[in-house]
Design a protein around this ligand. Structure first.
Ligand SMILES: Nc1ncnc2c1ncn2[C@@H]1O[C@H](COP(=O)(O)OP(=O)(O)OP(=O)(O)O)[C@@H](O)[C@H]1O
Ligand SMILES: [Mg+2]
Length: 210
């Protein structure tokens, strides 16, 4: 689905351009077996994937479990290392960019992980977790400003009553609520690109339809 942005010529350029992406993971094999094998074994998690994405476009990846969907998402955000191929974000080749140069871009690309339990810090309240990206990227410092923004996105994702949930910890929330919190944390920065790894697997059907 494409949502064109009127009068914006730059929307003709892809937001994301993935070319022939490969991500191989080395397989751990016993020393004795390694001795007899001439080649090192690798899991071909992603093997030659290409696609482009324009601004405002929604792109879905479908495939059986273990086919490499999560790995593609992680590689695009430089959370997994590409073995070969290119990842261009807003026209810039980020495939081998040093981490210090990738960091400022992270504000513009966010990921919502498959497992919300693992992606929320158990020691941070939900409000703190959702507002954390604002602080990391230096977009808001005053507690009152952060709180106001956080309560706004909490309402937006249906994490209500927001005032009550703000100070709760992940262990006090249901799976679906945690997933909403992860979504809220990703959208609070208004990123250009959101990689959503099965972000609604914990939400009930009526909500998924939205
Ligand atoms: N860090 C890693 N080290 C080694 N192998 C990995 C690693 N991450 C993923 N793999 C392997 O890469 C392949 C692709 O995994 P991936 O998680 O991308 O699949 P997926 O399509 O997201 O699956 P699912 O639908 O179950 O989430 C799998 O065979 C997996 O075992
Ligand atoms: Mg996956």
């Amino acid at each position: 689905m494409t949502v064109p942005i009127p009068g914006d010529e730059s929307s003709d350029n892809p937001l994301l351009d993935v070319g022939n992406l490969r991500v191989y993971y080395p397989v751990k094999v016993p020393l004795i077996q390694r001795f007899f094998q001439s080649e090192k074994p690798f899991v071909h998690a992603v093997d030659g994937v290409s696609f482009t994405l324009k601004a405002g476009e929604i792109f879905g990846l479908v495939g059986e479990s273990g086919c490499g969907k999560t790995t593609i998402g992680r590689a695009v955000l430089r959370l997994a290392e590409a073995t070969s191929g290119t990842i261009k974000f807003e026209g810039v080749d980020i495939t081998r960019l040093p981490e210090s140069k990738v960091r400022p871009l992270r504000q513009r690309m966010q990921i919502i992980f498959q497992d919300p339990h693992a992606s929320l810090n158990p020691a941070m309240s939900i409000g703190q977790a959702i507002g954390h990206p604002l602080k990391i990227h230096g977009l808001a410092w005053l507690e009152a400003d952060v709180r106001k923004e956080v309560l706004g996105v909490m309402r937006e994702v249906g994490l209500t009553p927001e005032e009550q949930l703000y100070d709760k910890f992940p262990r006090h929330l249901s799976g679906g609520q945690k997933q909403r919190a992860a979504i809220a944390r990703a959208i609070i920065l208004k990123p250009q690109l959101i990689v959503a790894d099965e972000p609604v697997s914990m939400l009930d059907m009526s909500i998924r339809a939205r």
